[in-house]
Design a protein around this ligand. Sequence first.
Ligand SMILES: [Zn+2]
Length: 471
Amino acid sequence: MVQKRLARGGATSLLALLALTCGAAPAAAQETPAAVAGKLRDAAAADDWGYRFLERLTSEIGPRLAGTEALTRAATMAQRELSGAGFENVHAEAFPMTAWIRGVETGEIVAPAPQHLVLTALGGSVATPASGIEAEVALFRTWADLLAAPPQSLTGKIAVVTQRMVRAADGGGYGAANPIRRAGASEAAKRGAVAYLLRSLGTDNHRLPHAGAMNYADDAPRVPAAALANPDADQLERLTALGPVKLRLVLTPTSNENASSVNVVGEVKGSERPDEIVLIGAHLDSWDLGTGAIDDGAGVAIVSAAGRLIAALPHHPKRTLRVVLFGAEEMDYSGAAYAKAHADDAAKIALAGETDFGARKIYMLAAPAGSAKSEFTRTLSETLVPLGIYLGRDPALFAGDDVRGLQTAGVPVISMRQNGLDYFDIHHTADDTFDKIEPQELAQNIAAWTAMAYLAAETDVDFRALATAQR
Ligand SMILES: [Zn+2]
């Protein structure tokens, strides 16, 4: 059993220690940014405030589906927590969205061997008739096999794709398999299918299906879509190899086109150039099957805890640090909403990053483009060495779905890569719960994000200029 407890009650004394050791000395002995970053890193590594915030979020709120009252409660809690943690300008920025609410979801093999199937509707899916859909299976072992099926070849059938997602430390197998979930229902419907199932995008072998969003193409009928637990996909592979298989499917989700959500914001005002912003984010919303601990309660805790430690410094860094807790990542709304709302002031954002990959340890820093030789990246990479993090050869190309819109608008990005070898065992399942978080690993993330955010806000390095010069 792993030791799960950090020293409780240590937070207040750590903050007092930071205040004493960072800047209380006379101006002549003013500490270097590297020294302050090192102290922040060490204070964060021993602090349990982030872990306790994550415990409160996942226990007192629980699942936080975007566009629902649960997200509203989470946003209220988040604003209270940020205010209590010393952030300024704490507020929520609303945006419209279509909410999707899960209904009944059952599946069963009707013939040749009647049995229950474990599955979950995809986010955005339409419902089956209340009485369900009963049809023969057309099973494809790869996505390419489905795409190769001729028009009308699936008329009246339930199309099933059982391609396996690849397990990898950087999580790359997920992106590679994403079209199977995103586009599968429409590709199946174009060929005449009446419903669509896929093997869950997950690397486990438990009877827990993985939720996730999908989109309909404009040029295909809208058919219901769901993800099978991986052992149930295996079962269908075995049975269809023996002969025809008939399924019955009941899915009753609903949509609300007039829903809304919010992005929650808090700031640590810059001491010299408050109009320049370093933005660090995570997403407050989650899927509804678990309580959103690894995805992305952990990220919420990481960036909030980092801001709290920086807010406690007697001398704030030069730039403003802005923490954004995005309110509809899973449904693909919050990043675009933020970029749209801030189209006119995106030029003031000096650097952006998002943490949305669980709470396993960070192993690599992907620095902003063109910054490899800068004082910022040298100091940061040296500060991260004791945490077991190396400077990657390649710059950050992607920093998270919620900051992609800002990146497209020209905002430089930074990324820190976490060990994701088991992330997709749990991701989007009922098993995404607080007990999966290892406090020491979460604390390592907080330490790295605190040091990074402080140095990015304190430096005079112009990340835009470096990225432009490199092009
Ligand atoms: Zn996420």
